[in-house]
Design a protein around this ligand. Structure first.
Ligand SMILES: Cc1ncc(C[n+]2csc(CCOP(=O)(O)OP(=O)(O)O)c2C)c(N)n1
Length: 634
């Protein structure tokens, strides 16, 4: 029987003799590869921390010693060892385990994650709560070298160094974010002497000290202390020791014996400790080790070869269309520069970076800085394109308000993954941006309904004197014919996509890609004798008020559709517009209700939310029927 199949909780792990741990590591690795090959998921990060996870659970006593994983996508081994082994095959599937840590899932996940750089703050809060409640136990935060580039992580280190609680921060240094790591701290972490080089040097000096016998025991003791004290200067430790952390490392994160004995020592230390562990992303799986970026987050793949399973021929993804269009635009306009926060590949900026290395900036996992940095560039006449996923721009809200919109600076925000993202779930769905952007003065907000519109919007934004946001969803575009010569749009003007010769019974106004299910729905409704006019608003801010008022007056009923929360979103802006114009027309706003949307297949999630053609037909039929009955009664 496999050792892994006997582990129901970390208690079972702690009962194993130490010499069986490496066998267990192999089994954990195998299980992760097998399951992720069927479900897709974050393979390389999780494989890199198998020994680290085992060693942590072997020495620390979760949940008394809580372990907080930054981002949470590397926590698959943690899930397998903390009572979720039997459900592991449901990873990222509807109703199954989340791909990240989640409080609802286990007492061993005391703090949920998905976004980076939160672990040290959360762990410090938990450590402080333990003190206030008089509870025992150490608190451990495990953070990658990527997560460590986020401002939040620095803020937490600064605070932790002054609070002096029993906090262990494990820096998982694999020299990779999703792509190759960036930033000055990377150089700091890798260029200093490695632990083993320093230890060799120290041994050498200690040997020499024996010839100092004639200076007496005190002098020798002093020299040895001095030598210990210099460790931080020669290793990356000086940075952390300056913040009042005891620095331990660098330690080989795949050497189980070394990890276990080091954590035993660390567990007995008081105050904040930083443990620097070096690991290899994708460890133990040739293709993931060779190409950790590709296997950071993967779809289904063949276990033997690592080849990704083909999804059939599809139109290019919105990300790809943006990627090419930006390069074309930047060839003609040398004021265009591009900024990413550690998502060069995900946001499609790699082609730009390769073509214009001098005009490309990867700032690390630092969305707030990315936005203000872009503001600075824009203030000097450049046209920065800041490409950030919708969900991650949330972190930079004040920068958006204070450093860009208030100063009316022409920064172009390109929000990929706006809408339902699917298997990554609630931490990654981009379902709030129309609301959080819609309330900002000076900002123009556009949402393309297809790839041709995306290119038009990008060109329109490049010439616009003010901040602009363009939001589009994850995945394949529609496959429409593209303009031979890109047509720019009139800012704040929507378009009618489906007209009707008769008086319409209903006007459906959509934003972004919701146009397509609405068009499908309109055909079904026509077959049921309901005449529908369909308009694509193109801009959720400023709204095409003239168009909306005209359609509302003609149809007497408006249904809005958006892949965003209803609260503060596009539909509510349409309601406000009609109210302002004194038009008493009933409006139904379709979108995401006041809840976080779980993980699962994107199309099924849309179906559950009533945001597919069937859902729109149903809402439209109910709406028309109810209001006709009301009209008859009146
Ligand atoms: C705020 C935020 N921005 C961007 C991301 C996307 N993201 C997920 S993992 C990752 C890289 C993390 O690197 P690191 O912390 O070194 O962990 P590793 O995967 O290398 O173990 C990024 C940028 C995120 N999760 N959160």
């Amino acid at each position: 029987m496999l050792l892994l199949d006997q582990i129901y909780s970390p208690l079972d792990l702690r009962k194993l003799p130490e010499d069986q741990l490496s066998r267990l590591c192999e089994e954990v690795r195998r299980r992760i590869i097998d399951v992720v090959s069927n479900t897709g998921g974050h393979l390389a990060s999780s494989l890199g921390v198998v020994e680290l996870t085992l060693a942590l659970h072997y020495v620390f006593q979760s949940p008394v010693d809580p372990i907080i994983w930054d981002v949470g996508d590397q926590a698959y081994a943690h899930k397998l060892l903390t009572g979720r082994r039997e459900e592991f095959e449901t990873l990222r599937q509807a109703g199954g385990l989340s791909g990240f840590t989640r409080r609802e899932e286990s007492e061993h996940d005391p703090f949920g994650a998905g976004h980076a750089s939160t672990s040290i703050s959360a762990a410090l809060g938990i450590a402080e709560a333990k003190r206030l409640k008089g509870e025992q136990g150490k608190v451990v935060a495990v953070i990658g070298d990527g997560g460590m580039t986020g401002g939040l992580a620095f803020e937490a280190l600064n605070h932790a160094g002054s609070l002096e609680r029993d906090l262990v921060v494990v820096l998982n240094d694999n020299q990779m974010f999703i792509s190759r790591r960036v930033g000055a701290m990377s150089g700091w972490l890798s260029q200093r002497l490695s632990g083993s080089t320093f230890n060799r040097l120290r041994r050498h000096i200690k040997e020499r000290l024996t010839s100092w016998d004639h200076y007496g025991e005190d002098a020798l003791h002093f020299m040895r202390r001095l030598l210990e004290g210099t460790k931080a200067v020669f290793t990356p430790g000086i940075l952390f020791e300056g913040l009042n952390f005891q620095y331990v490392g660098p330690v080989d994160g795949h050497d189980l014996e070394a990890l276990v004995s080091m954590f035993r020592n660390v567990r007995s230390l008081d105050g904040p400790v930083l443990v620097h562990v070096r690991t290899t992303k994708g460890k133990g799986c040739t293709y993931a080790e060779e190409n950790p970026s590709r296997y950071h987050g993967v779809g289904k793949f063949c276990v033997e070869t690592g080849e990704l399973r083909s999804e059939g021929k599809k139109p290019p993804a919105y990300t790809q269309v943006f990627s090419r269009a930006l390069v074309d635009l930047a060839r003609k306009n040398d004021r265009i520069v591009a900024v990413t926060a550690a998502m060069k590949d995900g946001t499609g900026l790699r082609a730009f970076a390769d073509s214009f290395p001098d005009r490309f900036y990867d700032v690390g996992i630092a969305e707030g800085h990315a936005v203000t940095f872009a503001g600075g560039l824009a203030s000097q006449g450049f046209r920065p394109v800041v490409a950030i996923y919708s969900t991650f721009l949330q972190r930079a809200y004040d920068m958006l308000v204070h450093d860009v919109c208030l100063q009316n600076l022409p920064v172009i925000f390109v929000l990929d993954r706006a809408g339902i993202v699917g298997e990554d779930g609630p931490t990654h769905h981009g379902l709030f941006d129309l609301s959080y952007l819609g309330s900002l003065p000076n900002l123009t907000v556009m949402a393309p309904s297809d790839e041709n519109e995306l290119v038009r919007m990008l060109h329109t934004a490049a010439d616009f004197e003010g901040p602009v946001a363009i939001r589009y969803p994850r995945g394949s575009a529609v496959g429409v014919k593209r303009d031979a010569k890109v047509k720019k749009l009139l800012v704040g003007r929507g378009r009618i996509v489906r007209a009707t010769h008769k008086k319409p019974d209903l006007a459906i106004v959509t934003i972004g890609t919701m146009l397509h299910p609405a068009l499908k729905a309109s055909k079904v409704l026509a077959e049921r004798g309901i005449e529908v006019v369909v308009a694509d608003a193109r801009f959720s801010k400023p709204l095409d008020e003239v168009l909306i008022v005209r359609l509302a007056a003609q149809a007497g009923r408006v249904l809005t559709v958006e892949e965003n929360v209803v609260a503060g979103g596009f539909g509510q802006a349409v309601c406000a517009c009609l109210q302002k114009r004194g038009l008493q027309v009933p409006v139904i706003t379709l979108g995401v209700p006041d809840c976080f949307v779980a993980h699962g297949d994107p199309q099924s999630l849309r179906g559950q939310l009533g945001l597919d053609a069937g859902g729109i037909v149903k809402s439209a039929l109910d709406f028309v029927k109810k209001s006709q009955t009301g009209e008859r009664r009146a």
